[in-house]
Design a protein around this ligand. Structure first.
Ligand code: DX5
Ligand code: ZN
Length: 214
């Protein structure tokens, strides 16, 4: 699968309507929403009041990436948005299996995100329960950072685990994704690429989204 999920973090916050109209009209598959709490990551982005407004005008499935401690507390809020995918960090969940079950019970797809230093092997006993694994290819917290090359190795290890365990999980990559690396990422086994600054800084974001899918 070759899917693109533009990240709202790099959109123009002075005119979100215009950027969401662009996403709605584009070939983007999902809209990626980065929620930060200033505790799990050293930055704060936007919260549920903003997300409610965005959800009201976005026609693409919402891919919610929670960079927060205790993400399980917010399952009802994320469900209320009508989110398609709820991503929680492995590093933020002591009882990950329980959190994944609760996301599923709420009727959403469940994704687990790994920071760049967290080994893929830690997912061995949960991979069959996941709909998606989000590999961070930068340290979470900011847009516009440089892609970490070790991500390719992690994609290959994860793909092998998914096939061996008969898991249906998709592989999503987040951070530093641009036209120079998206082909290699798909070839390594990625299914969904998140891209923020590269898409929103482009003169023609819709054309970039189209190119990234090819
Ligand atoms: C970073 C976020 C990303 C971010 C990616 O913590 O999780 O989704 O928006 O931005 P770029 O594509 O600019 O690296
Ligand atoms: Zn993200």
């Amino acid at each position: 699968m070759r899917m693109i999920a533009p990240s709202l973090l790099s959109a123009n916050f002075k005119n979100l309507q215009a950027d969401i109209d662009m996403i709605n009209d584009s070939q983007a598959d999902w809209l990626h929403l980065d929620v930060m709490d200033g505790v799990f990551v050293p930055n704060i982005s936007f919260g549920f009041p903003v997300l409610e407004a965005v959800a009201g005008i976005c026609r693409k499935p919402l891919d919610v990436h929670l960079m927060i401690v205790e993400p399980q507390k917010f399952i009802p809020e994320v469900k209320h948005l009508g989110a398609y995918m709820m991503n929680v960090h492995y590093e933020a969940c002591t009882h990950l299996h329980r959190v994944i079950s609760e996301i599923h019970k709420a009727g959403m797809k469940a994704g687990v995100t790994l920071n760049p230093h967290t080994p893929v092997a830690l997912l061995e006993d949960i991979i069959q329960d996941l709909d998606l694994v989000l590999l961070m290819s930068v340290n979470p917290g900011f847009g516009g950072q440089t892609f970490i090359e070790n991500t390719y190795q992690k994609i290959r290890t994860l793909k092998e685990m998914i096939l061996r365990r008969g898991s249906q999980a998709l592989i999503e990559i987040d951070g530093g994704v641009c036209l120079d690396n998206c082909q290699a990422l798909y070839e390594a086994g990625a299914d969904v690429l998140v891209s923020g600054s590269f898409i929103f800084k482009a003169e023609d974001p819709k054309a970039i989204i189209e190119k990234m899918k090819k």
